[in-house]
Design a protein around this ligand. Structure first.
Ligand SMILES: [Zn+2]
Length: 385
């Protein structure tokens, strides 16, 4: 038996134990996954209304493949305004939204217990264009988790190493076999895996058709979302923001990334409260990489007077090179093909970031619910107010 099999068996066992505790089964968990953006949005809105949530919709000036309207939908459960808020977000990276959306439907199905002055706020699909079109980037090819630059940060530049490997990362041609894996191996031998990963993934502002493009201005989705947060969270004292992504890490497992901003709970203390290891992405030895323009660093800046903790929950899918290759081919199809959904590059990217395997789907919903419930316990009850 390979160790991978053993890990996935252990994960399945732990999932079954969790689902027994939570009263949800394997079938229920996979049922929370939707086939497309339009279905996910309709289900989210219906479940929020059925659960008595207040619903907000932030409309974007962009359309889905069927001409459909695109909105960021926000469900507010509990008191409004509230002093203690758990803010749960999905789909900042578009096509990664399928898992986060499923977790949010599961949370609406069985919301955590809340006391007075507490609210659970679910923001569904922060990049609806990306989910609808099966892209990680938004309608302007912007990677939204590189788009939250602070005042005084330049909307320009790219790491020098990114410039040097740009022709391999972003060939200006439709998808085709071009010995990518050999080229990637050569680059890794020449530059080293970690320096290369850092240079490619930290974000760049020079190649507007390239991967990890941070944009040249704050995008409409993030702008409307931040305005909404400013208006609706101004009376809060504490906000715990939990942002769900997929891709990085071991299949079916989750990695929790954080960066301690001013006013945040010390990482060791928050980790102990959640009974999880938290990884500080600003540290050199991090398994992840430091990024520029991430959403986590922006939240305390736009919510002065609110103590903010932020965790990015990354749910593992496939090895990094496989995920990267799928991103690269889809990006070529978008810019140099028709960009239509009926192409292997689209199907492969969706599989890379939302595997069809029922076991993976069940595992990540269980991981998502478990972390959200631990975060709710901490936010609504444990943390001193
Ligand atoms: Zn992501």
């Amino acid at each position: 038996m390979k160790s991978g099999d053993l890990n996935s068996r252990n994960a399945l066992r732990s999932f079954r134990a969790t689902s027994e505790r939570l009263g949800t089964g394997l079938n229920n968990a996979t049922d929370f996954f939707s086939p497309d953006y339009t279905t996910a949005r309709a289900r989210f809105r219906a479940a929020a209304q059925a659960g008595g949530a207040a619903l907000h919709a932030l409309a974007l000036d962009a359309r889905g493949p069927g001409g459909e309207a695109l909105t960021i939908d926000i469900a507010w459960l509990g008191d409004a305004p509230a002093r203690r808020i758990l803010l749960h977000t999905s789909g900042l990276h578009g096509v990664e939204a399928f898992a986060g959306s499923a977790v949010q439907l599961a949370l609406l199905d069985r919301p955590p217990r809340m006391d007075a002055d507490c609210a659970l706020v679910l923001a569904h699909v922060l990049n609806p264009y990306g989910m609808a079109w099966l892209r990680r980037a938004n309608e302007n090819n912007v990677d939204l988790n590189r788009n939250f630059l602070g005042d005084g940060e330049a909307w320009s530049g790219a790491p020098d190493l990114y410039r040097r490997v740009n022709h391999v990362l972003n060939p200006p041609t439709p998808p085709a076999s071009d010995f990518f894996h050999l080229q990637a191996l050569w680059l890794m031998l020449r530059h080293g895996f970690h320096p290369l990963k850092q240079a490619i993934a930290q974000g760049q502002h020079e190649f507007p058709r390239g991967l990890f493009f941070g944009g040249r201005e704050l995008q409409q989705g993030p702008r409307r979302y931040l305005e909404w947060l400013r208006q609706n969270l101004a009376d809060a004292r504490y906000a715990f923001a939990l942002d769900v992504h997929t891709g990085l890490g071991r299949r079916g497992e989750d990695t929790l990334l954080t960066e301690a901003g001013p006013g945040a709970t010390p990482i060791a203390r928050l980790g102990a409260a959640l009974n999880r290891r938290l990884i500080d992405v600003t540290r050199e030895d991090s398994v992840a990489y430091a990024i520029r323009g991430g959403m986590g660093a922006m939240l305390p800046r736009i919510l002065p007077g609110v103590a903010v903790d932020f965790i990015l929950q990354e749910l593992g899918t496939y090895p990094p090179l496989a995920v990267f290759h799928a991103l690269r081919e889809e990006n070529r199809w978008h810019h140099y093909g028709t960009g239509g959904l009926d192409h292997p590059a689209k199907r492969q990217l969706r599989e890379a970031l939302c595997p069809a395997a029922p076991q993976w789907r069940a595992q990540v919903v269980a991981r998502g619910i478990e972390l959200a419930r631990a975060a709710a316990d901490w936010t609504f009850r444990t943390r001193e107010q």
